[in-house]
Design a binder for this molecule. Structure first.
Ligand code: GDP
Length: 193
C-alpha cells in the first residue's frame, strides 16, 4: 500500500479520549520491546512517528496513529515487563480489557511476537484473550532479520504450535529493520478494512 500521510491522533488513557470516528482500527499487542513501534514505523515509512521505547513498559497510553485518513494503528502498551508494580499491571489490564471488548472500530488485533524465540506465557495468554472475545487476530513474528532465512519456516512452525493457533488465523513474518513482509502485511490488513 502506498502511504501518503500519517500522524499521531492522540495518546489516550481513557475511552472518552478515543477518536470519535468510524475509521477502521488495528491494535498492536505484544511484549514490551518486541517491536510494535518499529512495526508501525516500517509499515508507514516513517523513522520515528511511533516512539520506539528505550524504557520498556513505560508508556501506559493507547497511542492512535492515522494513516492515509483511512485507518488507525493503535499502539497498546506492552506486557511482560518485570519492573511493573501490581497496581500498574492491574491498571494496564483494565485499560486493555476495556479497549478490546468495547471498541466497535476494531477490525483485528495484531499480536506481535519475536520470531527468534517461542512465544512466552504472556504471548499465549494474550492470544487466548483475543480468542476468548472472538476478536479477529493476526500474528506477526518480527525481527526476522535476526535469524537466517533458511530457519524462518522452522521458527514460524514453533510460533504457530506454541500459540496453539487456529488453522485459519494468519501468521506473518516481518522485520522492522529490513521491511521484509511489509507488503504481505498490508495485503492481509486490506482484507479487514
Ligand atoms: P516496542 O516496545 O514493542 O514498541 O518495541 P520497539 O519497536 O521500540 O523495538 C524495541 C527494540 O527492538 C528497538 O531497539 C528496535 O530497534 C528493535 N527492533 C524492533 N523491531 C526489530 C526488527 O525487526 N529487527 C531488529 N533487528 N530489531 C528490531
Amino acid at each position: 500500500m502506498k502511504v501518503t500521510s500519517s500522524d499521531i491522533v492522540i495518546s489516550a488513557v481513557k475511552p472518552d479520549q478515543y477518536p470519535n470516528t468510524p475509521i477502521p482500527e488495528f491494535a498492536l499487542a505484544g511484549r514490551s520491546n518486541v517491536g510494535k513501534s518499529s512495526f508501525i514505523n516500517k509499515m508507514i515509512n516513517r523513522k520515528n512517528l511511533a516512539r520506539t521505547s528505550s524504557k520498556p513498559g513505560k508508556t501506559q497510553t493507547l497511542n492512535f496513529y492515522i494513516i492515509n485518513e483511512a485507518l488507525h494503528f493503535v499502539d497498546v502498551p506492552g506486557y511482560g515487563y518485570a519492573k511493573v508494580s501490581k497496581t500498574e499491571r492491574d491498571a494496564w489490564g483494565r485499560m486493555i480489557e476495556t479497549y478490546f471488548t468495547s471498541r466497535d472500530q476494531l477490525r483485528a488485533a495484531l499480536l506481535i511476537v519475536d520470531l527468534r524465540h517461542p512465544p512466552t506465557k504472556d504471548d499465549i495468554a494474550m492470544y487466548e484473550f483475543l480468542k476468548h472475545y472472538d476478536l479477529p487476530r493476526i500474528v506477526i513474528a518480527t525481527k526476522a532479520d535476526k535469524i537466517p532465512k533458511g530457519k524462518w519456516q522452522k521458527h514460524l512452525k514453533v510460533t504457530r504450535q506454541t500459540l496453539n493457533m487456529e488453522k485459519e488465523d494468519e501468521l506473518l513474518l516481518f522485520s522492522g529493520e529490513t521491511g521484509e513482509g511489509k507488503e504481505q502485511a498490508w495485503g492481509v490488513l486490506k482484507k479487514y478494512m
